[in-house]
Design a binder for this molecule. Sequence first.
Ligand code: ISL
Length: 541
Amino acid sequence: MERYHSSRNIVYQIYPRSFKDTTGNGVGDIRGIISKLDYLADLGINTIWLSPVYKSPNDDNGYDIADYKAIQPEFGTMEDFEELVAEAKARGIGILMDLVINHTSDEHEWFQKALAGDPKYRDYYIIRKGKNGKLPNNWGNFFAECPWTKFGDSEDEYYLHLFSKKQPDLNWHNPAVLEEVKDILRFWLEKGVAGFRCDVINVIYKNSLENGRPKPILTGSEHYLSTEGCHEILRTLRKEVLEPYGAVTVGETVFVDVPKALDLCAPERKELDMVFSFEHMEVDQVIVKWFKTKLVPRKLMACLTKWQKALPWNAIYFENHDQPRFISRFADLGPYRREASKMMAGLLMTLRGTPFLYEGQEIGMENGDFKDLSEVMDIESHNVHAMAKSLHLPAGIRWKMIQRTSRDNARTPMQWTAGPNAGFTDGTPWLKVNGNHTEVNVEAELADPQGVRAFWKTMIALRKSNAVLAEGDFRSVYEGSKVYAFERSKDGKSFLILCNLSSKTARIPAAARAWKTLFLSSCDAPLQNELSPFEFRLLEN
Ligand code: ISL
């Protein structure tokens, strides 16, 4: 139990579709993950979060589950999965499953039975009559669709889906749904998984289906964000199912502010262990994520500090399968891909909380190099593009939106080698491999002791072995236009962390002078009074 809740945990997220293909079908698979476990163990991580590997028609790449107890055939078999758990365990690595319980696939047996008229399963979903020829309510949808779709052949009945129409929302007012989910959790816990990353967990329980206050996005969300019903479900699952197994949970919690996050993961509430908050992902957005401005480092620092101070412990991350690559967000990245990647490694490993890194981050992968919409596969990107078109946004702007923000930016195949398809597959990859793989790849990194991956490895080892970095208190020391300085301290020992979040050389702030000894720098030849572009530096007192 202790191990998985440990402050020394370092989590590595795998998007199985894009990690490593061993069959030549162009899609990553479980055997591919097994083949790379030594690589991951060597990096020093001790937990893997697997994006969904369950049977799915892939409308949303596995976030639309058709069978919670079966492995997606293109990823392999249940035996492969069991081998993965065992092989990972042998290397001291635990597996977190992705738990998607706001919705199922419309191809799930439950929804199919509901469509066939079985009243038991009809009540697993949210099905309502339209109102005077109109939709049941005015709610919005996460994927820029209408959230209501006609239920089967019905003339005037609709089912609710906050995501795609192939992802009908479950009815969490029905106790049978809770029982099904308990059973699913136990099924995977019995297989030895360490816990769950809980997809959009704070929206599962809808208080009512009343009209919402009209808003630019997600009208209606006040009726389902962090409801008391949701809190109660989380407490029940933890007490009755998760706790006996010592399982860990991290909730993906959309639109959480600090109080809402605390309500979900403050230890005394016994709900989730940690949450993924989004505010730091939104510092460069204008109203919605599709419109971005320049990333202003000071805004990012202020946001990080705010969350560091407010929560006793939390998940920390800069990348995942839904977000553009973080280094690609620096408008002035220029030739500093390696430097910025190292600096982000330093930052992630020295903030307080459980660090989550995403596949490819450890070698400094950048956004996909897509040339037009035909190269983009993600349903959200296509829906948003279509919506922008219907709003008569010019083609150039529409493409910019997708190019900069599409979730496929982070989903391009993992770059293992400089060879064909970056060594990801012998077949045709399901999503275009980034052309920069000839330069950015694991093979090259493994041969480079000064490389990005080597720095990640150093930082991971330090984070795991050092009590001050793992458990120490956090205090912001300086937030400038380029430099972020913060202190981590414990039992009279203290580190000062200096990050240059810009491509310009930056003066070391006066406030940093109390820390005299250079412990480590991401830069070969650190300067006396200045930080080099995107330098990360650790000082001791
Ligand atoms: O991409 C987003 C954040 O910028 C969101 O709109 C995202 O859809 C939301 O965070 C929910 O994400 C999760 O649930 C979705 C799935 O498509 C995402 O991949 C998953 O992370 C529906 O299951």
